[in-house]
Write a protein that binds this ligand. Structure first.
Ligand SMILES: [Zn+2]
Ligand SMILES: [Zn+2]
Length: 116
C-alpha cells in the first residue's frame, strides 16, 4: 500500500523535476544568444582594455582628501585614484582619522596648513 503511494509520489516528483528541468533548459536556450553576444563583446580588445582599466582603478586606493575644504586654493589637482600616502584628517565627529591621500593633495594640504 504505502509502497504504491511512495512510487506515485516519486513519479510525481520526477515529473515535476523533468518539467522544471525542461523549463530551465528552454529559458537558457532563449537567453543564450544574449550571453554569447555579451561574451563576444567582452572579448573584444577595446572592451577588454576598458575592463582592465576599471580593474586597475578598483585595485588602487582612492584619494579621500576633502579637497574643497582641505586645500580650496588648489582644487582640481587631485589624482583621485592614485593615493600613495596616508594623511591625517581631523573630523569633529570622528576625531583624528587616517585617510589615503594622493601626492598632490598631500603637498597642497601641507602648504595650506603652513600658510593658514
Ligand atoms: Zn585634495
Ligand atoms: Zn587627492
Amino acid at each position: 500500500m504505502s509502497d504504491d503511494r511512495d512510487t506515485e509520489l516519486a513519479d510525481a516528483l520526477a515529473e515535476v523535476g523533468r518539467r522544471v528541468g525542461q523549463a530551465l533548459t528552454d529559458a537558457l536556450d532563449r537567453i543564450r544568444p544574449a550571453f554569447d553576444a555579451l561574451a563576444e563583446v567582452a572579448n573584444r580588445p577595446e572592451v577588454r582594455a576598458v575592463i582592465e582599466h576599471a580593474e586597475k582603478a578598483m585595485r588602487r586606493r582612492p584619494c579621500l582628501c576633502f579637497c574643497s575644504r582641505a586645500h580650496p586654493a588648489d582644487h582640481g589637482i587631485c589624482e583621485t585614484f592614485d593615493a600613495v600616502i596616508t594623511g591625517q584628517y581631523r573630523s569633529d565627529l570622528l576625531g583624528d582619522i587616517e585617510v589615503p591621500l594622493c601626492a598632490p593633495c598631500a603637498a597642497a594640504r601641507a602648504a595650506h596648513e603652513f600658510a593658514g
